[in-house]
Design a protein around this ligand. Sequence first.
Ligand SMILES: C[S@@+](CC[C@H](N)C(=O)[O-])C[C@H]1O[C@@H](n2cnc3c(N)ncnc32)[C@H](O)[C@@H]1O
Length: 353
Amino acid sequence: MPPIANLILYCRAGFENECAAEIADVAAALGVPGYCKAKPSAGYVLYVPHDPVHAADLRNIGVDQLVFARQVVLGVEFLNQLPVTDRLQAVLPAIQRLGREFGDLRLETADTNEAKELSVFCRKFAAPLRQALQKGGVAVGTAGTPNLHLFFLSSTAVHLGWSIPDRASPWLMGIPRLKFPTGAPSRSTLKLEEAFLTFLSERERADKLKPGMSAVDLGAAPGGWTWQLVKRGLRVAAVDNGPMAEALMASGLVEHCRIDGFRYRPAQPVDWLVCDIVEQPSRIAALMGRWLAEGQCRNAIFNLKLPMKRRYEEVRRCGEIIEAAVAGGPLAGRVRFKQLYHDREEVTGYVGA
Ligand SMILES: C[S@@+](CC[C@H](N)C(=O)[O-])C[C@H]1O[C@@H](n2cnc3c(N)ncnc32)[C@H](O)[C@@H]1O
């Protein structure tokens, strides 16, 4: 493989600064200091190591350990001014230099409005590229091999790179394409579904979300998150002064508690605490910390609505609040955050044994 030139991080447009600050910290801690190239609202960040000798260590960075990056791609070459009449001729040799066997082929763009047209181009380019790869002796679909990424900035400029399946997002552009489920009371439902997919493995989902288990949903109305839990057969105490969707109440699995989520306490410890209350992040973090530290829930998923400024710092501060609460216990060091695709100016947190 040719040497790694940079790390390409895909993120939500508008969160480039947060993504850059975070990767600079993580890479420096790993002994790969460098600098970021990030344009406002571009939807991606490039991290360039100061010393190419250490660039190989960037392979150790997994997307799971980052809050603001949806995908991490090890960039090897930037191809600019591709000939419009024959892009394949320019792209194919560069891919052949990169490797001969790949798990998957991903033609991607940043997740921005401007790039929407470009994704149409990517879809059209995929079939001829696959054919050319096959003819050119590059196999795609070999399990256990790196994924090949072509991250297009325009139809004539592309970053070529690869990712390690274990350390990267399994989804194209790092975005899970979830369908809005019929019958769910609100679009927020997709946040919790994505959180389950992001933070829990298939095995964990089967083990930790079983019929008969118990949950509390703070800030539940109209019930999108409760709906995800009920769908899996959990009994839910839905805490909110607002009205819950009637169909959900008819399931018989939901108890609607019209009280303040900051005062509610369960009679017995529950398997899950979920919380989507719109409040200051540090207040939510303190609330989650208290439930977890007192053993009132075994797992928690919660949303933090971020302020306009110093958002990365705020997430770190909230992490510290929860870590301080659970210090010395089995949940110490197990606080994770991710800005999910279905999150907006928010991040989602998960703590679980
Ligand atoms: C973003 S909505 C929740 C949406 C819900 N997760 C869904 O999927 O349908 C926030 C909810 O928090 C509730 N809320 C705000 N402050 C609260 C508090 N202190 N205690 C309980 N609920 C609260 C609001 O009434 C509102 O229904």
